[in-house]
Structure formats: C-alpha cells, structure tokens
Ligand binder design. Structure first.
Ligand SMILES: CC(C)(COP(=O)(O)OP(=O)(O)OC[C@H]1O[C@@H](n2cnc3c(N)ncnc32)[C@H](O)[C@@H]1OP(=O)(O)O)[C@@H](O)C(=O)NCCC(=O)NCCSC(=O)CCC(=O)c1ccccc1C(=O)O
Length: 285
C-alpha cells in the first residue's frame, strides 16, 4: 500500500459545491479550485447503471468538459461498497438496457468514448466493487485510485455479456494479454493489492484516505500545463484509436495553430478581402 501525500500541496479538505442540476441517478459537485466530482448515486444496487444514469453521466461529463474553470474530473460511486456494479440487470432486455419508454440501450459505450476523448484528466476513485461494465468504466479513466477495500473483475461470461471493445482491448494494453484473458475468461475478483500489482490501478490507500489522496493527485495536476496534459491524453489514445485518435491529436495542433499570428493572418486577409501576406512568418527548420 502506498500513500503519496505531497508536503507542498494544500491538504485542506475540498469544499464541494453541488452543481444544481435535476439529476436523479448521479451527483455532480465541483470546487472553486477546479475539480469536478461526478458520482453514481444508486448505492442500493451497488451503483449499477441504467440508461437514465448513463444519460446523466454524459450530461455531467459534458458540462465538466466545457467548464473552463474545471481542470480535472473525479469519477466515483456513492458509499463505500461500490464504485459501480455494471449494467442494471433488472432492466436488461433483449438488446440492451430498457429505459422508461421501453427503448433498449447500450449507451454506456457512448460514455466510454466520452471519458476517453474528454481533454481533461479523469480519475476513477474506487471504493468497494468495480465490476462488469463498472470495471470497464474505471479502466477508461486516465488514472485509478483504489481504496484498500476495492475489488475488481468482469462477470460478462457468467451473466451473458461481454465488452469486446475497450473492455477487452484496452484492458489487454493496460495489464497485458494473458492477464486480461484471465480476467475475462475466469470472471474472478481481484483485491486492491492484486490490482496494483498488475497495473490496473495507480495506487491503493486506506479507505479513510481515499478522497484526500485523490484530491491531492488532482491538485498536483492542476499545477501543470493544461495544454500539455490535454495533448498527452490525446497522444496516449492516438495509436490505438486509428484515424479517430489521430484526429483527436491533430485537433490540438489546429487549435494551437489558430492562436498564432500566422494562422490569424489567413483569417484576417479573408475578412479584409486582401491577399494574405505569409512572407513575414519564418520557415522553421
Ligand atoms: C457487485 C457485487 C459483487 C456486490 O456483492 P454484494 O456486496 O454481496 O451485494 P449484493 O447483495 O450482491 O448486491 C446488493 C444489491 O445490489 C443489487 N445489484 C448488484 N449489482 C447489480 C446489478 N448489476 N444490477 C442490478 N442489481 C444489482 C443486488 O441485486 C442487491 O439487491 P437487493 O435488492 O438488495 O437484493 C454483486 O452484487 C454482483 O456480482 N453484481 C452483479 C455484477 C454484474 O454481473 N454486473 C453486470 C455485468 S454485465 C455489464 O455490466 C454490461 C454493461 C454494458 O452495458 C455493456 C454493454 C455492451 C458492451 C459492453 C458493456 C460493458 O461491459 O460495459
């Protein structure tokens, strides 16, 4: 077990403010220092998700993405017993998870892509079970901080499900092919120490220190260049995600280029109906 409380980082408890949204299944908090916290709030079912939960998560992540005051996002589950136990099996139909109007969804796949491409670090803060689709969600986060009571695993082949996308491929890239196959084929559970040993989580802390340590990591990252973190996150996805990954990385280059006088000369010339003068810009070696 490791603790990484850094002496030069503020250790005051965070002051969470509830962002006033009409959510039923999640909570969305933020702090004035730039941390958002998104919590699945269905502890009675170990934070299993239904389509409504996923819709609300997508909305909150979108909000945190667009909020210029937010630099890092914590993703967690309510209570100490679970981060998330995957899809709510009580409403699983023939082709997905049934919403209020009877439509069946696998909208968690959209949430997975959103967490992966969101240009700010997302940290999973895991107490208790991260199981099934809940395990895949922590895997999609950039970092995972686990409490010493955390337990990890997939159940798909036991309950008639599988995630052949990021659930399989990203897991293999994260912990290696043999271990990923073991997790999926045997459907065992792994404790926090085992998860740390296989590189599935970044650190393990006592349950009582889970939030303070997670906030400490957030405060570390908030000191760093947001653009560097943003481009690095895209870079880690680029090779795995093919052209979509290159698009994500390249979008950063375009956004940075737009801030230069050279790019602005092109726009200004168009607006001023004149020929652009790019001669004053150096052709760098
Ligand atoms: C998580 C457990 C190991 C916790 O065990 P324990 O602490 O003993 O508590 P329990 O008494 O079992 O549970 C308490 C309470 O919660 C209910 N509950 C728990 N999990 C779920 C769930 N997933 N759905 C509905 N309800 C749940 C449980 O019934 C109890 O209720 P009571 O009324 O009090 O009896 C253990 O609970 C457990 O193993 N849970 C099931 C884990 C699981 O199999 N999850 C589903 C995996 S499949 C999946 O998640 C698919 C997701 C998906 O949408 C997807 C789609 C397409 C591609 C990929 C994916 C993807 O994988 O993401």
């Amino acid at each position: 077990m490791t603790s990484n409380v850094s002496p030069d980082i503020d250790t005051a408890p965070p002051v969470w403010q509830l962002v006033n949204k009409d959510y039923t299944d999640i909570l969305y908090h933020h702090t004035a220092e730039g941390i958002a916290k998104i919590t699945i709030n269905r502890p009675e079912v170990r934070n299993a998700f239904r389509p409504q939960t996923v819709r609300e998560l997508i909305d909150a992540f979108h909000h945190a993405h667009l909020d210029p005051e937010i630099g890092v996002i914590i993703f967690t589950g309510a209570g100490e017993l679970a981060f998330c136990a995957g899809g709510d099996q009580r409403i699983r139909g023939e082709a997905g998870y049934r919403d209020e109007s009877g439509i069946e969804h696998l909208n968690v796949l959209e949430l997975q892509r959103q967490i992966r491409t969101l240009p700010k670090p997302v940290i999973a803060m895991v107490a208790g079970y991260a199981i099934g689709g809940g395990h895949v969600l922590h895997l999609l986060c950039d970092l995972t901080i686990a409490a010493d009571n955390a337990r990890f695993g997939q159940t798909g082949p036991k309950v008639g499900s599988f995630d052949a996308g990021f659930g399989a491929g990203l897991m293999a890239r994260t912990i290696g092919l043999k271990k990923a196959k073991e997790i999926w084929f045997l459907c065992r559970q792994y404790d926090a120490a085992e998860a740390l040993a296989m590189g599935l989580v970044n650190t393990v802390v006592p349950l009582t220190e889970l939030e303070s340590e997670t906030v400490n990591w957030c405060r570390h990252m908030l000191r760093h260049s947001p653009t560097a973190l943003r481009v690095l996150k895209a870079a880690f996805n680029a090779d795995t995600d093919g052209l979509a990954g290159i698009q994500e990385l390249a979008g950063n280059a375009t956004a940075l280029f737009y801030t230069t006088a050279e790019a602005q000369e092109g726009r200004n010339a168009f607006l001023e109906r004149r020929t652009p003068d790019f001669n004053r810009f150096k052709r760098r070696p």
